[in-house]
Design a protein around this ligand. Structure first.
Ligand code: NAP
Length: 320
């Protein structure tokens, strides 16, 4: 009997073709709607491989209902939707898609930074809705990006790619990680600082650390209070790294100038999230890696990893 794969979203047929030749591939046939939990739990009872997206909660209950499961491959570099401890306990391999999305996510991060600094969404909306009534000397004025100081919290693959873009804008680049990157400091002139110093000095604070127990709520009221009143916060990492209630207060009270968010604590973000009514917030629906080439590249990595595990080879991009 062929080994079985279950895919939790409709994915590209071309990417799936090699898997279909060898395995029994089943798929939830919607691109935009998550597979209902009860159907997911029924499907995993018979699967050897599970191909997931961030919206799928791969927890102990799911693992316990999947006696034959050998591999979970996640269509993302982040893997906070998967209980890695339980996967390890049960000897189940987990893989992700790092690297292939680095440049695309850095492009989006820098685009969001520019859009937030120069109020592009607000201005565009006014043009479309007929509210552009006259040229005004201080209308739509924002913050300069060129020559400003950028602070990156989480200077990994994407952080470095953002910093390289920022060099083209003559920005000074500060970063904070748990460990220093001496090579990048020497090669590119990035400056390592403690988190509080970064928050106090940067004109643009960009969050690109992973979601871990250590980073949840890492940017709260105290940290936002350290930022300049003219500063902009950009979060493209994971929503819960920033305390959204504290962020709302800081933006509303003018403690910081603006925020650009590609990620939220709850996604899709509920319409009653008060951040959505603030004019100094630019919001996007978690599209960091959303270019055609990158998304197909991510799918190919997942597909290959599943193929490797099911055929007894060590996969690339193994998380556990
Ligand atoms: P990465 O190469 O692993 O970089 C993460 C960096 O964060 C590392 O340099 C790490 O350095 C640092 N870090 C870890 N824990 C930290 C902490 N407690 N405090 C400060 N820094 C810390 O990962 P990446 O590929 O650049 O991706 C980064 C994150 O971006 C992912 O985890 C994902 O959540 C997010 N992402 C979002 C999108 C999107 O669509 N919005 C797309 C791709 C990725 P140390 O270990 O030295 O601390």
């Amino acid at each position: 009997m062929k080994q079985r794969i279950f895919i939790t979203r409709k994915l590209d047929d071309g990417v799936l073709a090699p898997l279909r030749e060898k395995f029994d591939v089943r798929m939830w046939e919607s691109e935009s709607e998550s597979v209902p939990r009860d159907i997911l739990l029924q499907e995993v009872a018979e699967v050897d491989a599970l191909w997931t997206v961030l919206a799928d909660n791969v927890d102990r209950e799911l693992f316990e209902m999947a006696p034959k499961l050998k591999v979970v491959s996640n269509l993302a570099v982040g893997h906070n939707n998967i209980d890695l401890e339980v996967a390890k306990e049960r000897g189940i391999i987990v893989t992700n898609t790092p690297g292939v999305l680095t440049e695309t996510t850095a492009d989006l991060t820098f685009g969001l930074l520019l859009a937030t600094a120069r109020r592009l969404m607000e201005a565009e909306n006014d043009v479309r809705t007929g509210n552009w009534t006259s040229w005004s000397p201080m209308g739509y004025t924002g913050m300069d990006v060129g020559g400003a100081t950028l602070g990156i919290v989480g200077m990994g693959r994407i952080g470095e790619a953002v910093a390289r873009r920022a060099k083209g804008f003559d920005m000074r680049i500060l970063y904070h990680n748990r460990s220093r990157k001496m090579d990048a400091e020497v090669e590119h002139g990035f400056e390592y600082v403690e988190l509080d110093a970064l928050l106090g000095e940067a004109d643009f604070v960009v969050i690109l650390a992973p979601y871990t127990p250590e980073t949840v709520g890492m940017i709260g009221a105290r940290e936002l209070g350290l930022m300049k009143k003219t500063a902009v916060l950009i979060n493209v990492a994971r929503g819960a790294i920033v305390d959204e209630v504290a962020l709302y207060d800081a933006l509303k009270n003018g403690d910081i100038w603006a925020a650009g968010l590609d990620v939220f604590t709850t996604e899709p973000v509920p319409q009653d999230n008060p951040l959505l009514i603030l004019p100094n917030v630019t919001v996007l629906p978690h599209i960091g890696s959303a270019s055609i080439t990158t998304r197909l590249g991510m799918m190919k990595l997942n597909g290959q990893a599943i193929m490797d595990v099911l055929e007894g080879r060590e996969p690339e991009n193994r998380v556990v």
